[in-house]
Structures are given as C-alpha cells and as structure tokens.
Ligand binder design. Structure first.
Ligand code: NAD
Length: 487
C-alpha cells in the first residue's frame, strides 16, 4: 500500500514572494489514490489576483525583464528545463500523488515539461519580423512584440505539462504570466514558479495563484490588467470565459475537450493498433483532452479488435499512482460518480459493457476514486456515450462498413481535437486524413512523445488558437508594422 505522507502547507507566489492569501483562506488538496489530505493550499482571493496582475505588469515594464536581450531570456528558459530534469524524480512523485497518475506517466510529464522550456528557450532569439517591398523610397518592416500580461488557467489532468505548454512560449516572447492551476492538483505548478525564480527569472514574471475557478479564476478572467488569456478546460467554462474576455477586447486561446476517434481498418497492424487504442483511452485514467474515447472499427475486424482490447482491459493492474500501476484513480469521487453515470447511460442506451463497468473490489483501493477500464461495445454514434466527453477510462466502440461511413462517423460530433487512422493502405489513410475535421490527425500512431513541436488545438467546439510548436508563439506576440518614407 502507498505510504501516507505528511500534508504540506503551500503558499501563493506573487511578485517573487511566497504569501498566504489575503484573507488567510486555505483549501485542502487530496490524494485521489487514498483520499488523504496531501496539502493545505493558500486559496487566492480577488485581491491576490489583483496583486499578481500588478506584479506581472511591473515586471513586464521592468528593465530586468522588459529590456533583457532575447538570448538571455532563452538562457533562463533553458536553465528551467535543466532544473526540471534535475528535480525530475521529486516532481514526478509529487505529480503522481496530486493527480493519481502512474509514476511513469508523471515522469513522462516532467520530461515533456522540460522539453517545452528547452524548445521555446531555443526560439527566444529567433522571433523574426519581415520586410515588405513597398517600392522605391520606402522601408517597411514588421516586429513581433510581446502581447503583455498573459493569464493562464489550467486543468488538473496534466498540471505541469499544460502549465509549461503555455508558460514557456509566453516567457520566450517576453510576456509575463499569472498562472492559475486547478484546485484539484495545484502543487507542481507552484513548484514550477519556485524553480523559475531559482533559475534567474526576475520576480513577478511568473506568478502562481492557486485557487478555485469561481474565485481566483473568475477574478483573473475579469481583470482589466491582463492582455491575453490562455484557457485549457471544459467547453462550458471556456466559452463563458471567452465572452468575458471579449468585454476587455483581449485575445483568447481555448483548448477545450474532445471525443477523438481511432479509426481502425481491417488491413491495419491490429496488434499495434489495439495496443495504442487501449493506451490512448486508459492513459491518465481517460482524463486526457485528446483521449481516443471513440473506437471506429471496420466491421470485418470488429470481433478480433474487441477481443484484444477486452483482454488488455481485464489484465490492467489498478493501484495508487505512486506504486506505478497500469492505471490510477480518477481525480475525485465526484469525477468517478460522473463517469459511472455515463457508463450506466451507455448501457441504458443499448451499449454492451464488455469489460469493466464499475469500481474495483480490491479492499486496498476503497479509499481512492478508482474505476475499472471500461469498454462499451455496440454503440451507435447518436448515443450520448458516443457524443459527450466522459473524461474517464471508458471507450465507446462503433463498427463501420466503408471509408465514407468512417469519415461521417468521425466528423459527426461537436468536437474536433484529434483523430487517428489505422491502415496499411497509405492512399486510404491520406484520403481520410484530408476529410477529417480535427486539429491533429495521426496515421498509424497516436500522439508523438508529447508532441511539443507539433501545433495542437481544436476544430469546432474543441476550441481555437494553437498551442505547441512555433505556431503557439503567435498567441503571445502582437505584430507591429513600421513604414518609413525616405528621400
Ligand atoms: P474546468 O473547465 O472545470 O476547469 C479548468 C480550469 O478552469 C481550472 O483551473 C478551474 O479552476 C478553472 N475554472 C473553472 N471555472 C472557472 C470560471 N468560472 N472562471 C475561471 N476559471 C474557472 O475543467 P477541468 O474539469 O479542470 O478539466 C477537464 C476539462 O478540460 C475537460 O473538458 C477536458 O477535455 C479539458 N481539457 C482540455 C485540454 C486541451 O488541451 N484541449 C487539456 C486538458 C483538459
């Protein structure tokens, strides 16, 4: 059984100082594997958010950050990457306990977080503008200037990875940041703030305000001192935030949910495909925005694929994240209840639960919010279980007969984040890739080792704007055009 550890006390990071919240309020952060309290965390108020935004503004205009050479900005980011790698094991354990994810997944998350700082550290001094040929007597050029104070609101499923995904490109461009992690798993984001300071990031450039969505999150979104907003989370919260941001005329990046399909043809490498399909839904207990939560499988291969998946699901070892099982708990009892309700709904709509479907009976796991890896077969695409994001370890399996039907099924949801096509026929695979309405399409793979270099974001209700890769830099810069007339 996982050993219990003593709960820590965590403070906010504002203007380079660790502080309690302005009214002394705290919230409990629990380990979802055991239900134990992991930390008592200062709960940021609107006054704390106000201070954090003021600190970020002052840092933006300071000579230590505002006038620093881009190459030096890059060096600081590279030092942060190195420090994350140095403290990799301690951070991985913290993330595993805070979120419940298997330790090896948390270790991967640390590598990806480090890689964001490395990637964007390398581009800090390569943010080029262009010259525009206006003809004799004119010199016209463009500059990419930092957009200003970036507010970043992140969810609990990949706290440091998603935190780094937004913070690193923002810092690379010269912006300053107020980061609000989720109250369900705020600890590694707070550590990231401390690490950045240790690595020479000037005070106030990165502020971390842990707190609730309705409290600190809402105050941050409404704050007139922010210049840009990056939000990762649910569609409902994202769209309401975008409406508030519109009142201040600031741009927003929305990374929302998905109902991403793996499309498996009978001519695919079925062993590789089923292994990857299982990973894509059971990784992080299905709590991944880009989880492969729908399996569209060619009818000819249906029985073989379902049999392989069932074997895999039934053999998975559940346990506390820190013991590095195949799958940990979901984030909370409330999330488990929500996922269970979806499983019951899927069955009542006519789906057949062929693996999992409930809580594990192991007495050791009763304190945590565990759920079995679940497969629901005979799903029709119009069922709610095929249309709505469950955010748990539940795969909806839908057969199809030909490529045209596969495309129709793939596209017929309100989401469009990721899709994958599995086939040995490259013509078929490329034809599908061109017809699928999603921000990212994989062929014979799913994910690409974190995909730091690859632009990522949604079509349709999965959001707008792009994170990752060079594309993300657009969100944190504004373009200035300078036009000069000379004799
Ligand atoms: P959520 O929308 O409830 O919360 C996300 C963040 O927003 C949290 O920090 C929360 O405290 C904050 N928040 C909540 N209400 C707020 C409000 N009114 N004002 C300001 N901030 C508020 O989502 P969640 O439950 O934490 O995460 C799950 C959702 O996130 C899923 O829908 C999932 O698909 C999505 N997600 C998307 C991506 C992506 O990159 N596309 C990545 C991870 C998660």
């Amino acid at each position: 059984m996982a050993t219990t550890i003593e709960a820590t006390t965590e403070l906010l990071l504002i203007g380079g100082d660790k502080r309690p919240s302005s009214d002394g309020g705290m919230f409990e952060d629990r380990d979802p594997s055991t239900g134990d309290t992991l930390a008592r965390v200062a709960k940021a108020t609107a006054a704390d958010v106000d201070r954090a935004v003021a600190a970020a503004r002052a840092a933006l205009e300071s000579k230590e950050w505002g006038a620093i050479a881009p190459a030096e900005r890059g060096r600081i980011l590279l030092r942060i990457a190195a420090k994350i790698r140095e403290r990799h094991e301690e951070l991985s354990e913290l993330e595993s306990r805070d979120n419940g994810k298997p330790l090896r997944q948390a270790r991967t998350d640390m590598q990806v977080a480090a890689r964001y700082f490395e990637f964007y550290g390398g581009v800090a001094d390569k943010l080029m503008g262009e010259t525009i040929p206006l003809g004799p007597g004119f010199l016209d050029y463009t500059l990419r200037e930092p957009i200003g104070v970036s507010a970043q609101i992140v969810p609990w499923n990949y706290p440091i990875q998603i935190g780094a995904r937004g913070v690193a490109p923002a810092l690379a461009t010269g912006c300053t940041v107020v980061l609000k992690p989720s109250s369900n798993a705020p600890l590694t984001a707070l550590r990231l703030g401390e690490i950045a300071l240790e690595c020479g990031l000037p005070a106030g450039v990165l502020n971390v305000v842990a707190g609730t969505g309705e409290g600190a999150g809402d105050a941050l979104v409404r704050h007139e001192g922010i210049d840009q907003l990056t939000f990762t989370g649910s569609v409902d919260v994202g769209t309401s935030i975008a409406a508030l941001a519109a009142r201040n005329a600031i741009p927003v990046v929305l990374e929302l949910g998905g109902k991403s399909p793996n499309i498996v043809f009978a001519d695919a490498d079925l062993e590789l495909a089923t292994q990857t399909v299982a990973n894509s839904i059971f990784q992080n207990a299905g709590q991944t925005c880009s989880a492969g939560s729908r399996l569209l499988v060619e009818r000819k291969a249906h029985d073989e694929v379902v049999e392989r998946l069932t074997e895999r699901a039934r053999s998975m070892r559940l346990g506390p994240g820190i013991e590095d099982p195949d799958m940990g708990p979901v984030i909370s009892a409330a999330q488990r209840d929500k996922v269970e309700a979806y499983i019951a709904l899927g069955a009542s709509e006519g789906g057949r639960v062929v693996a999992g479907g409930g809580r594990p009976t192991d007495p050791r796991l009763q304190g945590g919010s565990f759920l079995e890896p679940t497969l629901i077969d005979r799903v029709r695409n119009d069922m709610r279980i095929a249309q709505e994001e469950v955010f748990g370890p539940v795969l909806a399996i839908i057969p199809f007969d030909d490529p045209a039907e596969a495309v129709t099924l793939a596209n017929r949801t309100r989401y469009g984040l990721v899709a994958a096509v599995w086939s040995r026929d490259i013509n078929k695979a490329l034809s599908l890739a061109s017809q699928i309405k999603a921000g990212q399409v994989f062929v014979n793979t799913y994910g690409a080792g974190g995909g730091v270099e690859l632009p990522f974001g949604g079509y349709k209700k999965s959001g707008y704007g792009r994170e990752k890769g060079l594309e993300a830099l657009r969100s944190y810069t504004q373009l200035k055009n300078v036009c000069i007339k000379y004799a």
